[in-house]
Design a protein around this ligand. Structure first.
Ligand SMILES: C[S@@+](CC[C@H](N)C(=O)[O-])C[C@H]1O[C@@H](n2cnc3c(N)ncnc32)[C@H](O)[C@@H]1O
Length: 271
């Protein structure tokens, strides 16, 4: 298994009034319900709270995934599929998978994107069904990130690629202090003006603060069985892209039995 390195492109719900938001326990039903509640204004809230940087980060994900026409790509925790559309624009067929039906329904239809309801910990896809798997701002919300990364490996073909885009730790200490202040004070206040469920953005701030830094996430990716793990910082480390490769042997889940049909239409239809 390759060593993780800095990529640098080189080597139980809390109830407040009528609203419920997830806690750092990340109980899946609470997380899904929370995203259902923010779905209607999710995309616009994201753009406001990130001061428009979300577009830059999504473009970087597209470049890093480097999907080719005909590629089968899984965009896990795709939400409204805002993260899937740029991948499909490159000519790939994209399965936008999420367990919040509210999020899946809120997005606009996009050519080349098939929406699939599914849980990251038990994906409704055959082994080795995808050429690439990506997850943007979703892994942090999962109750067991290492198990989810292992499940992503199962559905990615040997030699296929993984790209995780997630909030991370700014590398320059003075900038990190300003950023944490923004997260804990300004972001929830701003969310009260734009979000359909501002309480959820308190969870957002808390979950970002509790999330492993770049090196620790790389170690988790490796622990889940991915190889050649590396990362690249965006916006001073506010966001990091972790990439990795599926080992060149077929990943088989214990329950999957004989090799499954891995043709794209079957895989993308879901079961
Ligand atoms: C912050 S949104 C990200 C949406 C989109 N990828 C983006 O870049 O804007 C996180 C998404 O992760 C989904 N999610 C969290 N845990 C999940 C799980 N176990 N299985 C499937 N989706 C999950 C949530 O429902 C939510 O839509």
């Amino acid at each position: 298994m390759g060593r993780a390195s800095s990529w640098g492109w080189g080597s139980a719900a809390r109830h407040t009034g009528a609203m419920a938001r997830a806690t750092l326990a990340k109980e899946p039903s609470d997380v899904a319900a929370m995203f259902d509640a923010v779905a209607r204004r999710y995309d616009v809230t994201n753009t406001v709270l990130s001061l428009g940087l979300d577009r830059t980060w999504r473009a970087a994900v597209g470049d890093a995934v480097a999907a080719a026409p005909g590629d089968r790509v899984l965009d896990l925790a795709a939400g409204t599929a805002v993260s899937s559309a740029p991948l499909a624009a490159a000519g790939a067929t994209v399965a936008a998978c999420d367990f919040s039906l509210g999020m899946l329904r809120a997005g606009r239809p996009a050519p080349g994107v098939v929406r699939v309801a599914g849980d990251a910990l038990r994906l409704p896809f055959a082994d080795a069904a995808f050429d690439a798997t990506t997850v943007s701002f979703g892994l942090r919300n999962m109750v067991d990130p290492v198990a989810a990364l292992a499940e992503m490996r199962r559905v990615t073909r040997p030699g296929g690629r993984l790209l995780v885009c997630e909030f991370s730790t700014p590398t320059w200490t003075p900038f990190r202090r300003v950023y944490v202040d923004y997260l804990m004070r300004a972001l929830p206040a701003l969310a009260r003006r734009v979000s359909s469920d501002p309480e959820s953005y308190v969870y957002l701030a808390e979950s970002i603060r509790a999330w492993p830094d770049q090196a620790r996430l790389a170690a988790q990716v490796q622990q889940a069985g991915w190889t050649q793990v590396s990362w690249r910082n965006l916006t001073g480390g506010i966001v990091a892209l972790h990439r990795a490769q599926a080992p060149l042997t077929v990943a088989r889940s214990p329950a999957s039995g004989p090799a499954a049909d891995t043709t794209a239409p079957a895989a993308l239809r879901g079961t």
